[in-house]
Design a protein around this ligand. Structure first.
Ligand SMILES: [Zn+2]
Ligand SMILES: [Zn+2]
Ligand SMILES: [Zn+2]
Ligand SMILES: [Zn+2]
Length: 408
């Protein structure tokens, strides 16, 4: 076993928890430096294959992309209308989650989750919806949830978790959909009365993919009395039978952007340009040519220049700096008035992080005309991290796509 890797993880988590409980002084220092805010480094996120499967489980508070979410509150996960695409009605797919605790006692653990509908058609419709100011019923294909817990909570020990496979969180979670492994399995297969689904859509997909046969076998091998108590834990750890429909799973690792500001050697340039060649160069040049206005061209060029320092970044984390998101295009940017207030405390929302389209390259999403694509997704969250009674609070995402004029 790779003990070095475990040591790294422990250090990472300890550092995170120390930030919360001990280093108040450091926070004060940061405040003192406000005048130099422009130079405060922002944090970049990169994806990596997980060193081991268990380190992405919820008891280790992972930042991760693809696969299934690690639900911080594993019981009260979003259900009813909130887990589906408001446009096509299908369950949303897990994009990524970021562990971002604050110094507040009520946010000792704090996780932000981003889900989206994999349909580009829906994302183009979503584009129109986000411009409608504070609609009563937003109709979105991208949704963000915030979940936070106090240090003392029913699900996790107050101490730093031990990094080994046998460490289990207290309490088990909700039974999840057998197909997506993401959402609550509220619907029971009426034939075997064993298998659970989040939606009719996933039940139908599972049926076609083989549950039709498995269902009759389940009925024979386990009579109704065998509906097992351990089911919840068992299902919680499995990845969902339809997991090949999910995006591939990665760990998100972080680094300060300042690490990349020094000149790169030729060697680095070569290896880093991999992404540019495959995903960016060809398409990006044609995108660039398609821009009508000089403003877009200028903003695109400076965005690329900034990203090129670390072309493999998939995430830019801003919350603890006064930095603003880098918009790839000048058109389709929100003004302050376009960002709603927190729907729970009415307070302002602040820019928390930005998701770059490089993530789609790692997810292996095709580069076809109708493939899912975006220029930028910027996530805004309640500045106060308010503690409304709802376990998973809706936050806000602004999506910028490359050519909004060609929508639909
Ligand atoms: Zn949809
Ligand atoms: Zn499902
Ligand atoms: Zn069945
Ligand atoms: Zn709030």
């Amino acid at each position: 076993m790779d003990t070095g890797a475990i040591g790294d993880l422990v250090d990472k988590l300890k550092a995170m928890q120390n930030d919360n409980v001990e280093d108040q002084d450091e926070y004060d220092d940061v405040d003192d430096d406000d005048e130099e805010e422009e130079h405060e480094p922002i944090t970049l996120g990169f994806v990596d294959k997980p060193k081991n499967k268990w380190s992405l489980q919820r008891q280790y508070f992972p930042s991760k992309a693809g696969g299934v979410p690690a639900w911080l509150d594993p019981l009260n996960i979003p259900s009813r209308g909130s887990f589906v695409c408001d446009i096509c009605g299908d369950p949303l797919q897990f994009l990524l989650q970021v562990y971002a605790p604050t110094e507040q006692e009520t946010a000792f653990h704090r996780m932000l989750y981003v889900f989206m509908c994999p349909s580009m058609k829906c994302l183009l419709r979503d584009q129109h919806e986000q411009w409608k100011h504070h609609p009563e019923k937003p109709s979105r294909s991208v949704k963000v949830f915030r979940c936070q817990l106090q240090r003392v909570n029913p699900f996790y020990s107050q101490e730093c978790p031990q990094y080994n496979e046998s460490h289990k969180p207290a309490g088990c979670g909700a039974v999840l959909c057998d197909w997506c492994g993401t959402w609550k399995g509220d619907k029971l297969c009426s034939s075997c009365r064993q298998t659970r689904y989040c939606s009719e859509k996933h039940q139908a997909m599972s049926w076609r993919a083989g549950h039709k046969i498995a269902c009759s076998q389940i009925q024979i091998s386990s009579p109704v009395s065998g509906s097992n108590k351990s089911g919840a834990t068992l299902l919680e750890s499995h990845k969902g039978r339809g997991s090949k429909n999910l995006w591939p799973e990665f760990e998100i690792t972080i680094e300060d952007e300042s690490e990349y500001n020094r000149d790169m050697s030729e060697e680095n340039k070569l290896s880093n340009s991999l992404i540019l060649r495959n995903r960016t160069d060809d398409t990006m040049n044609s995108i660039f040519d398609s821009f009508q206005g000089d403003a877009d061209k200028k903003s695109w060029a400076s965005f690329q220049e900034c990203i090129d320092k670390a072309p493999e970044q998939v995430l830019r984390y801003y919350r603890n700096t006064n930095a603003k998101p880098m918009w790839p295009l000048s058109s389709g940017r929100p003004s302050n008035a376009d960002i709603p207030g927190c729907s729970y405390c009415n307070g302002p929302m602040c820019c928390e992080f930005q998701i770059l389209p490089q993530l789609l390259y790692y997810f292996g999403v095709d580069n076809e005309v109708d493939s899912l694509d975006w220029a930028s997704i910027v996530v805004y969250a309640c500045e106060a991290s308010c503690n409304a009674s709802l376990p998973y609070k809706h936050e806000f995402a602004w999506v910028q796509i490359h050519s909004p004029s060609t929508a639909l």
